[in-house]
Design a protein around this ligand. Sequence first.
Ligand code: FAD
Length: 300
Amino acid sequence: MYDVIILGSGPAGLTAALYTARANKKTLVLGGDRLGGQTAGIAVLENYPGWAGSGMELAEFMKNQATTFGAEVEFVSATNISGDAENGFVVKCDNGKEYSGKTVIVATGASPRKLDIEGAREFMGRGVSYCATCDGFFYSGRTVIVMGGGNSALNDALYLADLAKTVKIVYRKSEFFRAEAVLRERVAQRENIECLFNTDLVKIAAKPDSEDGELIATTTDGTEIVTDGIFVAIGHEANTDFLTEDIKRDAMGRLAPDALPAGMFVAGDVHSDIKMQIATAVGTGCTAGMDAVAFLNKMQ
Ligand SMILES: Cc1cc2nc3c(=O)[nH]c(=O)nc-3n(C[C@H](O)[C@H](O)[C@H](O)COP(=O)(O)OP(=O)(O)OC[C@H]3O[C@@H](n4cnc5c(N)ncnc54)[C@H](O)[C@@H]3O)c2cc1C
């Protein structure tokens, strides 16, 4: 029986693990499918205080810091949680194993919202991508579309502008209201980024007879854009499907701490009440870790 089972190996989960392991609580991190969560896709971090490297380097460092104090890390995903703090929580995982813990910290972050238009699913991995840093290289010297208008979309567009010949940002609103000013300015300065406002994509299809796998993206007004790739950055949804339905979530699937059963805590992007950033993930990871330690000490 672990004292603490932490779901997620992003900055929230790894920070929580550092605090619980360093307080001598037997800690297991179930790290999902990959270390670092969303940070794994960040090439250079500019706004996490004290760190100027990549997101992945930060995640490696955080993991090593937590394991130094005894935290165990396994890369499996939770599929179900049952039980309670009194008798122990049981976390079932996709590797068929079950793990028992006196407390659980949910730090499972968020995943990109999937595009739900004709052709989006069909061309996923064949022109449609949700990760510019993973797939951008394949579009060197080519033409790509970025869908969305928040920080992620503008970051993706800037990253792709260093590789692709032309980047077209398709955004349904009239301005990038939700993006940081520094990103808006950088986008405006790039000659190979074109912004198409007040428009959206409604269909993706293969360009007939194209030898290079080009796509045709049709917009709301019927315009057909020929493109090599479409990068989708239209928001995120919290990873909370594995929780039972009685646990309340907001419209994004996120969790409020006071809606959770005793002994269960939440941290990071999956927390309903924070801005989704690494700094806040670390802050709430620290709080959740300390709350779990206090809870365990009271149980004794
Ligand atoms: C492209 C991009 C660029 C960004 N740039 C910045 C930036 O410059 N600065 C900044 O501060 N923030 C940035 N962010 C946001 C930042 O990455 C997130 O706010 C932060 O990673 C949230 O941390 P987290 O630990 O809550 O979740 P995540 O990083 O999403 O980690 C979640 C973890 O949970 C795991 N998991 C999921 N489901 C399960 C399950 N069922 N069981 C077990 N584990 C599970 C995942 O595998 C992952 O390890 C960016 C995000 C993206 C996508």
